[in-house]
Every structure is written in structure tokens, then in C-alpha cells.
Design a binder for this molecule. Structure first.
Ligand SMILES: Cc1cc2nc3c(=O)[nH]c(=O)nc-3n(C[C@H](O)[C@H](O)[C@H](O)COP(=O)(O)OP(=O)(O)OC[C@H]3O[C@@H](n4cnc5c(N)ncnc54)[C@H](O)[C@@H]3O)c2cc1C
Length: 307
């Protein structure tokens, strides 16, 4: 197995946290290597259809625009990175990671592997722009006045249904289970709200429309299919942390996020965590970018440098 070593930091994940960390390291005169499993940098940004309003680093119409800017930054700063590099094994004590037949070693490791949104897995799910979203916060104007559906049965789905009912004439809450798992008081409010129709034991089978969403094909518990006319859909079926690789190797919270202390340090000396998967945290671009930089303070301290 070939080995590449001597990096001051190996960064796992090329999203906003990983890129921010690498750029700060370079400015501090330290070397790093970003290992990114996808064929492009930017992490979840390419899944963000909404305008980015809460990131005080510019005004972006959607995640693709910021993804482009971050990629340009990586190129301009000549930051070392390998794409299609899925880290499948890791030794946190010895600071080595394995990608296919290649082994990399560093003096420190930064875990910046982010979240993945749970999707319905339908073929054309990504083809409807802002009509089909996973977060409604930045799309409320686009949803206002429309007939909408929210898929899911947890707090996030029911909370969105209640919020959207203030803006939309009809909200369908679609859940495949027999009973929603959301807070009982929110469920009561949803049941009482005449603008909300709750469809239990119901699955979304396909999305209809050419470019713009026009309807959902849904199936009830007996598998009987029908069409539901809606022009907006919010899919709220949860997120998962990309941290399976680190289970049992570093302290985590109950949600699979990696617990951090001062300067993003984890329970393993010389290993740092930043971005969505850091706990306590707040999964936002600004947090990821900030923690990426903060981790460099931890790396410098670990390497015996003055801050
Ligand atoms: C639909 C949607 C809308 C959003 N809207 C907003 C918004 O308006 N404002 C806002 O602030 N935030 C928003 N976010 C959240 C924001 O995108 C994230 O907080 C941010 O991308 C987190 O950055 P990160 O670097 O921590 O993780 P990510 O962006 O998830 O990047 C992590 C990277 O690590 C890679 N990776 C994972 N495991 C491995 C492995 N084993 N080996 C190699 N690489 C690996 C992944 O492929 C990924 O590229 C939104 C997210 C979504 C999905």
C-alpha cells in the first residue's frame, strides 16, 4: 500500500468546514490535505436550492454559487485536496487514514464529514428547484399562498406544517406511519387547524410535473394510489451525521455527533472536529466556517506553536 505523509493536518471532508480549516492552515504556514469522497468540493452546498441569507460572507442565490466560490478559493490558494477519496479506515491514535489502496498520515486529523439529508429516493427528487426542498426556512416566500405538502411525522415536519399553515391555504402532512412522533401539543394544534390535512399510512410514490411540481402520486396503506395536487413539497425526514467511521474511536453524543471542547478538540489528542458533526454545534455554513478556523488554533497549540 502506497503511503503519503508529513501533512500537518489531514482533513476528512471538503465542505465549508474542511475548506475553511485548510485555508487557515495555509495562512498559518502549515500543510494540509483535504480528502473528499465526492467528485467535487463544497459538501452539502450543492444540495442547497435556497438563497443563503444567514451567511455573512456574501450574498448567494443558492448553494451552488458559494460552492463555486469555495472551489475557486481552493484553486487560488493551491490547497492540497483529493477528490473521490472516500476514507474507509482510520487510526486516530497514529493519525493515519486509508482511501482505497492509499494510506495517508499526518500530525493531526480534522474530522469535517458533515451531514447527509435523508431523501425520499425518488428519481426526479432534485429536478424541481425550490418547489421541492428539505428546509423551508429560506423558502417561505416561495411557498406562501401555495398548496403544499410536508412529508414526515417528527417535530421538524409538524413544526413546518404549522408554520406553513399561516401562509398557505392548504397544507397536507403526509406520514407513512400510523401515528406522528411529533410533540403532542404540536400534533393537537395541527389536528385543530382546518388548513392542515393529515394523511397517515401514506407514502409518496412519485413527483409529477415538468420542471414545476404539479402533483404527488401517493399510496395508502393498502397500496391504492391516487394523485394529490400540490405545487410545493417539503421533505422533512431527518438528517444523519457522516460519523459511522469514528464510532467507538472518539466520544460522541446520542445523535452520532462528535463531542468537542476548546478549539474543537475531541477526546483523542491531536484529533479535531468541525462543522455539522461537531457537538455542541449548530448546523450552519457560518458555524462550519468558524469551527474550521477555530480547529487551527487547536492544531497550532497541539503542535506547540504560539497563537
Ligand atoms: C437543503 C439544505 C439547505 C441548507 N440551507 C442552509 C442555509 O440556508 N444556511 C446555512 O447556513 N446552512 C444551510 N444548510 C446547511 C449547510 O449546508 C451545512 O451546515 C454546511 O454545509 C456544513 O458544512 P460541513 O463542512 O460541516 O459539512 P458538509 O457540507 O456536509 O461537508 C462534508 C463533506 O465531507 C465529505 N465526507 C463525508 N464522509 C467522508 C469520508 N468518509 N471520506 C471523505 N469525505 C467524506 C462529504 O462528502 C461532504 O462533502 C443547508 C443544508 C441543506 C441540505
Amino acid at each position: 500500500m502506497a503511503q503519503q505523509d508529513n501533512f500537518d493536518a489531514l482533513i476528512i471532508g471538503g465542505g465549508p468546514a474542511g475548506i475553511s480549516c485548510a485555508s487557515e492552515l495555509k495562512d498559518s504556514g502549515l500543510s494540509s490535505l483535504i480528502l473528499e469522497r465526492k467528485g467535487q468540493l463544497g459538501g452539502q452546498l450543492s444540495d442547497v436550492p435556497n438563497p443563503l441569507r444567514n451567511f455573512a460572507g456574501g450574498n448567494y442565490a443558492n448553494g451552488d454559487e458559494l460552492q463555486q466560490k469555495l472551489t475557486e478559493l481552493v484553486e487560488a490558494m493551491n490547497l492540497n485536496h483529493v477528490l473521490n477519496a472516500d476514507v474507509t479506515d482510520i487510526d486516530l491514535q497514529n493519525k493515519t487514514v486509508t482511501v482505497a489502496s492509499q494510506k495517508y498520515s499526518g500530525k493531526t486529523i480534522v474530522i469535517a464529514t458533515g451531514y447527509r439529508v435523508n431523501t425520499l429516493g425518488l428519481v426526479n427528487e432534485k429536478d424541481f428547484g425550490l418547489d421541492v426542498v428539505y428546509r423551508t426556512g429560506q423558502c417561505l416566500d416561495h411557498f406562501a399562498g401555495q398548496t403544499v405538502a410536508v412529508v414526515g411525522g417528527g417535530d421538524s415536519a409538524v413544526g413546518d406544517a404549522l408554520e406553513l399553515a399561516q401562509l398557505c391555504p392548504r397544507v397536507y402532512l403526509i406520514y407513512r406511519g400510523e401515528q406522528c412522533r411529533a410533540r403532542p401539543d404540536w400534533m393537537e394544534s395541527a389536528k385543530r387547524d382546518s388548513r392542515i390535512t393529515i394523511l397517515l399510512n401514506t407514502k409518496v410514490v412519485s413527483l409529477l410535473g415538468g420542471g414545476n411540481l404539479t402533483a404527488l402520486k401517493i399510496a395508502n396503506g393498502q397500496g391504492v394510489e391516487s394523485e394529490l395536487s400540490v405545487s410545493r413539497l417539503a421533505i422533512k425526514i431527518g438528517y444523519a451525521a457522516n460519523t459511522e467511521l469514528f464510532c467507538g474511536k472518539v466520544d460522541m453524543d446520542d445523535f452520532g455527533n462528535i463531542i468537542i471542547g476548546k478549539y474543537c478538540a475531541t477526546s483523542v489528542p491531536g484529533v479535531f472536529a468541525a462543522g455539522d458533526i461537531a457537538s455542541p454545534g449548530y448546523p450552519r455554513i457560518a458555524t462550519a466556517v468558524g469551527q474550521g478556523v477555530l480547529a487551527v488554533a487547536g492544531i497550532r497549540t497541539y503542535l506547540g506553536q504560539c497563537l
